[in-house]
Design a protein around this ligand. Structure first.
Ligand code: SAM
Ligand code: SF4
Length: 327
């Protein structure tokens, strides 16, 4: 393949995350500030045509096989099913990560447009706590969104849960019960230092091993093969589904990372924690050919480091928050 996206450590990149907007209808404290976010001007956001062009180059010329739409909140971008339809025409598996608040309204349209999978982020099942964490009183609508996703035929539907010490770490069992009851896969993600308020600290991270200990107090489960997924997967031994744990902080999976990211303002980033990027938006708007764009992206991928160093003294927190990077 003309421009396989391979870095100097031999990792081949086939998974593209596209942030379709930096805006969001929630204000999750671990992700973006409640006030004072610097939104990118509309003209500085990639159009659907531009997103499709980059995606097509990377799928047809560079071996990208999976694309995930994210944000900010992808569903706040107008006419999202139109983008889904364009991307679904490529030979890929297409998924989306959403806070689920408006999913009940568009789940069927997204499914019809060709979206394959959906992950819904939800960090608490307690209404007051939900309001405190997201600054929005939307738990009921998110729960409707989960039901709508299942009803629309997305399979699997996954729930992303970030347990934080002293905040929601008492809900691990409740989430597992909920997942089993709804037939959806819960995935616990370790809290990462990408919160806009810089409130992250190591002791706030509920580690994968703590999560598994908590789960083992109520359920019997056994590991299942992980494949290329960053999640360690566990099947309930009574056969009622599975759950996952993503140990991004305590057991980073950088050596197997196959992801690259395109931000809403057209930055190609080779890692969630990358400190640099390639400005694809300027290339797109200055007459660059497909080959120029592919060369620039391939060069950015070659610069990828071995891995992030969250637990080391030389770790530098990226200046962008999770909502700007796409999770
Ligand atoms: N708005 C969508 C949502 O909430 O699913 C998509 C964007 S959000 C940035 C993507 C994912 O990042 C969510 O699952 C969210 O829980 C996760 N996330 C945000 N901040 C995080 C942090 N500091 N550590 C770990 N995960 C985080
Ligand atoms: Fe918005 Fe998702 Fe960030 Fe919450 S996690 S503020 S829903 S982008």
């Amino acid at each position: 393949m003309a421009g396989t996206l391979i870095d100097t450590f031999g990792r081949v990149h086939t998974d593209l995350r596209i942030s379709v907007t930096d805006r969001c209808n929630f204000r999750c404290a671990y992700c973006m500030p409640e006030e004072g976010m610097d939104w990118v001007e509309r003209s500085g956001i990639l159009s659907y045509e531009e997103i499709e062009r980059v995606a097509r180059i990377l799928v047809e010329e560079a071996g990208v096989r999976t694309i995930r739409l994210t944000g900010g909140e992808p569903t706040v971008r107008a006419r999202l099913p139109l983008l889904v339809e364009r991307l679904a025409a490529l030979d890929i598996e297409l998924s989306m990560t959403t806070n689920g608040a408006t999913l009940a309204l568009i789940a069927n349209d997204l499914r019809d447009a060709g979206l394959d999978r959906v992950n819904i982020s939800i960090d608490t099942l307690i209404p007051d706590r939900f309001l405190r964490l997201t600054k929005r009183n939307e738990l009921a609508r998110v729960l409707e969104g989960i039901d709508a996703a299942v009803a629309a035929g997305f399979d699997p539907v996954k729930l992303n849960v970030v347990p934080m010490r002293g905040i929601n770490d008492d809900e691990i069992i409740e989430f597992l019960r909920f997942g089993r009851m709804k037939g959806v896969t819960v995935r616990f993600i370790e809290f990462m230092p990408l919160d806009a308020q810089s409130e992250w600290s190591n002791d706030r991270v509920v580690t994968a091993s703590e999560i598994l200990d908590a789960a083992a107090a109520e359920f019997d489960f056994a590991p299942i093969s992980r494949g290329s997924s960053p999640a360690e997967r566990f099947g309930f031994t009574d056969g009622s589904g599975e759950f996952g744990v993503i140990a991004s902080v305590t057991q980073p999976f950088c050596e197997a990372c196959d992801r690259i990211r395109l931000t809403a303002d057209g930055q190609l980033r080779n890692c969630l924690f990358a400190l640099g990027h390639t400005d694809v938006l300027t290339l797109l708007r200055s007459g660059a050919t497909d080959a120029d764009i592919l060369d620039a992206i391939a060069a950015e991928v070659r610069k990828k480091w071995a891995g992030h160093s969250i637990n080391q003294v030389h770790f530098i927190r990226p200046t962008k928050s999770m909502s700007q990077l796409g999770g």
